[in-house]
Design a protein around this ligand. Structure first.
Ligand code: ZN
Ligand code: ZN
Length: 249
């Protein structure tokens, strides 16, 4: 299982950090986790193709996590000389489904050549060879964290989240925890995690590797962020960068 970070940023436009999106590459399957604005171009920059995406998981319906779902489906429908046959699986909340049906398919119309199969988030899901667990997070009405298990490896995405026991439980023993690390502790805002809280969660959950992402522009350097997290967690910690790749197997 391989993780490609497409966007380590937020809703704030940045040339360094694109809006959120991650590509999980498994044997025979490509999964997008969140699809914020610019993610289609980030896939191109990384030498990957939007055509290969099998499934899209959306953590919640905020625009920085969902905006490029329409351009993705548009490109799959309208690329000259390309006729997609395999279904596109989309997983998210009821709000995401309303956005898909009303805004995206309301404009583009339902594709004729391939199906868009929608799965509403539940506690445990099986999407092809991927087992996925979810937990509600403290952020928005429809925000979820996801735990992906495949071939003996496990990666957890907090999505946007504040500190909660449910995140610790979902992250237990994970090989990699990709965490919302919006602001340093001194600038904490409700509904988001800080490096210190990410470190506490990683320590309590016993994860192997903590990846700090969803970073707002602040006056803290990557070193400052690492140092704050490392005070709580003595395992491996990395500050995410766009187009960084992490191999789990
Ligand atoms: Zn966000
Ligand atoms: Zn959000």
């Amino acid at each position: 299982m391989k993780l490609l970070i497409l966007g380590s940023g937020t809703c704030v436009p940045s040339l360094q950090r694109n809006a959120p999106g991650y590509l999980l590459e498994l044997e025979g399957m490509r999964v997008l986790v969140d699809c914020g604005s610019g993610i289609l171009l980030q896939l191109e920059r990384a030498g990957r193709s939007y055509r290969d995406i099998d499934a899209v998981f959306i953590t919640h319906s905020h625009p920085d996590h969902i905006s490029d779902l329409m351009p993705l489906i548009h490109a799959l429908i309208a690329t000259p000389g390309y006729a997609r046959k395999k279904p596109l699986q989309v997983v998210g909340s009821t709000l995401v489904e309303e956005f898909l049906e009303g805004c995206i398919l309301g404009v583009l119309r339902r594709p004729e050549d391939f199906s868009i199969d929608y799965t509403e988030v539940s506690g445990k899901m099986q999407i092809q060879s991927l087992t996925v667990y979810s937990a509600k997070t403290i952020h928005s009405e429809d925000s979820f964290a996801f735990r992906f298990e495949h071939d003996g490896y496990c990666i957890v995405f907090t999505g946007d989240a504040d500190y909660s026991e449910s995140i610790i439980e979902l992250s237990t023993g994970a090989d990699l925890l990709v965490a919302d690390c919006s602001y340093p502790y001194e600038q904490k805002r409700k509904g988001h995690l800080t490096p210190k809280e990410c470190g506490t969660i990683a320590a309590k959950a016993g994860v192997k590797h903590l990846l700090l992402s969803h970073l707002y522009p602040t006056n803290y350097s990557a070193e400052d962020i690492l140092e704050e997290a490392r005070r709580e967690f003595n395992g491996k910690v990395t500050v995410a960068e766009d187009l960084m790749e992490i191999r789990l197997s």
